[in-house]
Design a protein around this ligand. Sequence first.
Ligand SMILES: [Zn+2]
Ligand SMILES: [Zn+2]
Length: 439
Amino acid sequence: MKKILLFSISFLFPVINADLKLNLDNELDLLIPKVIEWRHDIHEHPELSNREFRTAKKIEDHLRSLGIEIETKIAYTGIVGMIEGGSPGPTMALRADMDALPVEEKTGLPFASKVRTTYLGNDVGVMHACGHDAHVAILMGVAEYLAKNKSDIKGKVMLIFQPAEEGPPEGEGGGAKMMLEEGIFEKYNPEVIFGLHVTNIPNGVLSVKSGPAMAAASAYRIKIKGVQAHGSTPWSGIDPIMATAELIEALNTIVSRRINIINNPAVISVGIVEAGTRNNIIPEDSLIMGTIRTFDPVLRKQIYAEIEQIAEGVALGTGTDITVEFDVGGFYPVTYNEPSLVEAMIPSLEEASPNKLYESNTPVTGAEDFSYFVEEIPGLYFWLGVNKPGEGLDSANFGERTNVPGNHSPYFYVDDSALDEGVRAFVNLINDYPIKYNN
Ligand SMILES: [Zn+2]
Ligand SMILES: [Zn+2]
């Protein structure tokens, strides 16, 4: 079992200009209760990807009330705000994602979501099961602090409130990719971007991984077509369900038997199997969908080829027609943390959460569309631990086995006490980047 590496920095980083941080302790006393209130309100009113209308309105009203120049309706519901600092310097971007998930909340919290909607034809609950409510509230708080202390900012701050991180509905564009396609980087020209994600690691821990931090993700879809027949006379048809069963078994031999994963991990999961309408009908077709996670583009292409080969083999062996599609609904690249940037900014994170910084060596197989931003400019993406204080101290790495419910669980819980570290981390990064990272 991994223990958290708790270490303190044995030297004090020379503070050249801490202007922006001067009022932080005082102002956070008043600001954090507001951040918590916003978070609860957004949590109670979650909205699915590309439908974040209420959330966007709340953000828009807040930024306008602070006198921040904004642009709205980017990639459906996205918002960009610009804060001009008091002295010249780089444009630094901060990003928060806004969308919730089709998950029925079971936390029992007083502000738990009771929202329901139709998703893929099913009646579902909607929940901020990934904690993006916390991300929005934190960035709204950071916006307020920065707007009130903007004369101390060296450069400009670009606030990015991004829709559809979890993936747009099929047939729609969305998320970071669409915001970029609509030209937000060309227009505002940031030179660096920072982002955070809340997760089930110990309260207040900031966890960061240099280099490849999160996997590339691609959804695949396999359609199997047979010949429909009466269930009593299977010989008169071609059974797509048998082919589906063979495919699932064979897909699970790719990672275990066909590719070298010693240095390059990979995951292939099946998430959807659909076939049939009635017990005594062999259906005409069936469907498999799943996800592929990799950290290496060459390996990813090899996995695509392996899946295609397996599909061809099963089609030949069963007499079915099988088609395979990759990157269904888009593709998420590897989320890469620029190592020199991580190294330069570690003291700023350490200062935001003293003795609670965890430098991870393990990339995680989750994926993030923040990856699109860091394909364009250097970026730093880190985890913020939101467990109840004292809970789940055995793991400081996202995605490890722990008994605390994780992101996307109907029991996922964000402890309000950790929001403070999120606000501090962003403010520190904005203050310190122009001083510490001169390239
Ligand atoms: Zn998520
Ligand atoms: Zn998320």
